[in-house]
Write a protein that binds this ligand. Sequence first.
Ligand SMILES: NC(=O)c1ccc[n+]([C@@H]2O[C@H](COP(=O)([O-])OP(=O)(O)OC[C@H]3O[C@@H](n4cnc5c(N)ncnc54)[C@H](OP(=O)(O)O)[C@@H]3O)[C@@H](O)[C@H]2O)c1
Length: 291
Amino acid sequence: MAPLALITGAAGLIGQYLLKTAPRWAPQWEVRGLTRQDVDLADAGAVRRFWRNLHPQVVIHCAAQSRPGPCQQNPILAHRINVEATALLAELSSDIPFFFFSSDQVFDGSKGWYVETDQVNPLNVYGETKAEAERLVLQNPRHSVIRVGLNAGTSPTGDRSFVEDMRNSVKSGKPLTLFTDEFRCPLPAGMTARAIWELIELNRPGLYHLGGAERLSRWEIGQALIPRYQELAGQMQPGSVKSYTGAPRPPDLSMSCDKLQALLSFPLSGLRTWLAARSSAGADLWDYESP
Ligand SMILES: NC(=O)c1ccc[n+]([C@@H]2O[C@H](COP(=O)([O-])OP(=O)(O)OC[C@H]3O[C@@H](n4cnc5c(N)ncnc54)[C@H](OP(=O)(O)O)[C@@H]3O)[C@@H](O)[C@H]2O)c1
């Protein structure tokens, strides 16, 4: 019988890509995705009961409150899912590999090109919950923390990725201001999924950064998307993160991914380069086949 890989947050953006890329990149695994309909991960008793019938050989934990805004508005709920549920799942997975998705937002964004050994200093509740959960997860030497950058793609609900956010915003007639002084290393979610499947096979637990190779401002990201999404043309205006009044935003979260790149069989290309190489593709842009 094939070993079981369990994916939490399977209805979300990255969970979906892990599920749909598994036949290609991880055919040796039986893959099961868990959604909120299966079990509320914030209900510890329900999780423990549910777990009795599961015998996974690896757990990929994607479920989270993944948006900084709601975390800032409800820190208790954010802590419950991002920290407490993660700690519980790590405990239940103590004898097997466990992969926790953290974020570039554990850093304050003052430096850029962060490496794994850099000091964390989150500016917002979301980043704080991720930093706290990282510390708990890494207590187990079998377990891994993957700090991912902005993931691009399409989700079943159509409202998960920043690409969908931008398109939805334009569709509803809302002004789209993109910061020229906020930098990220975006990558397609399918590339994230492929890297995780490879990392699982490599059996090299630890802390890794996983982002695209290009440091792009939000404005540059928007410009790179125009050839594929004509409706964005003329609808974006440049702005500055200094004028933003919501949850604190780290300005430069570019990450060096050399540690992970040295292990992978494919390049973690930058999003702009990746998009340019697909300008004539007829199929769904985000159907990830090759780097
Ligand atoms: N996408 C990115 O750009 C990005 C960047 C950096 C880090 N990350 C991290 O990567 C991981 C995956 O991100 P993602 O973009 O796939 O997030 P996502 O699309 O928001 O998916 C998260 C999933 O978790 C589920 N969930 C939340 N609370 C739950 C609960 N109490 N019980 C069961 N399920 C629950 C959500 O279900 P509902 O839909 O029902 O709420 C959702 O399906 C997260 O840890 C995120 O913080 C993502």
